[in-house]
Design a protein. Structure first.
Length: 223
């Protein structure tokens, strides 16, 4: 089976399992999404969603956020971990948004990456989910899964992102990165993973990969 056939089967399997991909971080606009994604670094989405209501009740705009002291922000977000660094970044990026962008989150990858605490992955999530710009946010979880599924031999997330963008159609990137996250949580975790029951891993390396899904895919393409 060619790599492209494997990619097609993975794509079809994920679409069958997760036709809908709600954003797992609770938010109301691009600013609150930006803050939530920043908080999710080395923290679960579930925990972030427990913390952000308290934070956003106090401040859900850059203008309100800079009215808080950094220590106040830190006290609220402490359960998310890395609170000294994250609270400082939240305050500083909020001030920059006011000074440079009239309080709006810029729909520009380079501008986002220049904000304190905002790396490439965070910027990619905001571009994809807030502005609909094709991006393929790759964190350590997606990197691990892509390597496990033999989609990349990259040694870092940057290399893996390039491989995934090359393998999958651009119009699917924004949805696909969420589908991979959902699949990883449900079937393919880092710990306690059983490759013999995982719908994907149990078929990796087989001569006929994903036989059931291949048949459905062929049938669908023939219509």
């Amino acid at each position: 089976m060619t790599k492209q056939e494997t990619v097609d089967s993975i794509q079809f399997l994920l679409e069958e399992l997760y036709p809908e991909t709600p954003i797992p971080l609770d938010h109301t606009d691009s600013y609150t999404l930006l803050i939530a994604v920043l908080l999710s670094a080395q923290c679960t989405d579930e925990r972030v969603n427990k913390i952000t209501p308290s934070l956003f009740k106090r401040a859900n705009t850059p203008y309100d956020m800079v009215k808080l002291e950094v220590d106040e922000i830190r006290a609220i977000i402490r359960p998310c971990g890395l609170s000294p660094r994250k609270s400082k970044a939240i305050f500083e990026l909020s001030q920059i948004l006011i000074d440079k962008y009239d309080g709006e989150v810029p729909a520009d990858m380079d501008a986002l990456e220049e904000l304190p605490g905002v790396g490439h992955k965070t910027a990619s999530v905001v571009m994809a989910q807030s502005f609909g710009v094709p991006a393929f946010p790759v964190d350590t979880h997606i990197h691990r899964l892509a390597y496990r599924w033999k989609l990349t031999n990259g040694k870092n997330v940057s290399h893996t992102e390039k491989d995934l963008k090359r393998l999958f159609p651009k119009e699917l990137w924004n949805k696909l990165h969420l589908q991979i996250i959902f699949f990883g949580r449900e079937y393919c975790p880092a710990r306690g993973h059983n490759p013999y029951t995982c719908p994907l891993c149990k078929n990796i390396g087989r001569k006929s990969l994903f036989e059931e899904y291949d048949k459905k895919l062929i049938k669908k393409k023939s219509k």
